[in-house]
Design a protein around this ligand. Structure first.
Ligand code: PRP
Length: 184
C-alpha cells in the first residue's frame, strides 16, 4: 500500500521504495561476496522481518535456505525488555551452519543480543546479522551487526514490515509515525 493512503498518520517519509531496493541490492552483493561457495541459512524473526526478507532473498545470488522464529519480548507498549520467550522455534538444526539473522530493526538491541546468544549455543559455524534498520541513539547493548541497511534517527517508524499495533506493515516506504497516533 502506498504511503499516501495512510493520510496524516505519517509525519515524514524516511526511506522511499527506490532507496530501499537500491540498498538491498548493495547489501546482497556484499553478502554474496562474503559467503562465496557457502550455503547460507537465513533466519528471520516474525513478523517484522517478513517484508525485508522477501525482497532481500531475491537480490541474493548465493544458495540460501530460510527459517523463521517467533519470539515474544516482555515489555510494555513500545519498549522491549530483553526478556524473551520462544513462541515458534526453528525447524532447522544449526550444527555447522552459516547463519545470517535478518531483522527489520535494531532498536535497543536487546532482542538481537538475546537471539545471537541463543543461536550461538546451538553449534553453528557462524552467526552474523543483517538488520535493515538501526537506531544508533537507542542502542543499549554492544552489538556489531555485520550488515546494516540504514541508520535512522530515534523516532517511531513504521512501514516495510514495521508496525504500530499491527498496522502499517504493508506500507511500501518507511515513515515516521505522527505522535498523535500513539498518543504521545
Ligand atoms: C521488533 C523488531 C525487533 C525488535 C527490536 O519486534 O522486529 O525484533 O522489536 O527491538 P529491540 O532492539 O529494542 O529489542 P516486535 O517485538 O515489535 O515484533 P514484530 O516483529 O512482530 O513487529
Amino acid at each position: 500500500m502506498k504511503t499516501d493512503h495512510f493520510g496524516k498518520d505519517i509525519a515524514t517519509v524516511l526511506l522511499t521504495e527506490e532507496q530501499i531496493q537500491r540498498r538491498l541490492v548493495e547489501v546482497a552483493a556484499q553478502v554474496d561476496e562474503d559467503y562465496a561457495d557457502r550455503d547460507i541459512l537465513l533466519v528471520g524473526v516474525l513478523k517484522g522481518a517478513v517484508v525485508v526478507m522477501a525482497d532481500f532473498i531475491r537480490c541474493l545470488e548465493s544458495h540460501v535456505t530460510m527459517d523463521w522464529m517467533a519470539i515474544s519480548t516482555y515489555g510494555s507498549g513500545t519498549k522491549s525488555s530483553g526478556v524473551v520467550r520462544i513462541l515458534k522455534d526453528l525447524d532447522t538444526d544449526l550444527d555447522g551452519r552459516d547463519v545470517l539473522i535478518v531483522e527489520d530493526i535494531l532498536d535497543t538491541g536487546l532482542t538481537l543480543s538475546w537471539l545471537i546468544e541463543n543461536l550461538r549455543s546451538r553449534g553453528p559455524a557462524s552467526v552474523e546479522v543483517f538488520t535493515f534498520l538501526r537506531k544508533p541513539d537507542a542502542v543499549q547493548v554492544e552489538l556489531d551487526p555485520k550488515y546494516v541497511g540504514f541508520d535512522i534517527p530515534n523516532e517511531f517508524v513504521v512501514g516495510y514490515g514495521l508496525d504500530y499495533a499491527e498496522h502499517y506493515r504493508n506500507m511500501r516506504e518507511v515513515g515516521v509515525l505522527e505522535p498523535s497516533v500513539y498518543g504521545r
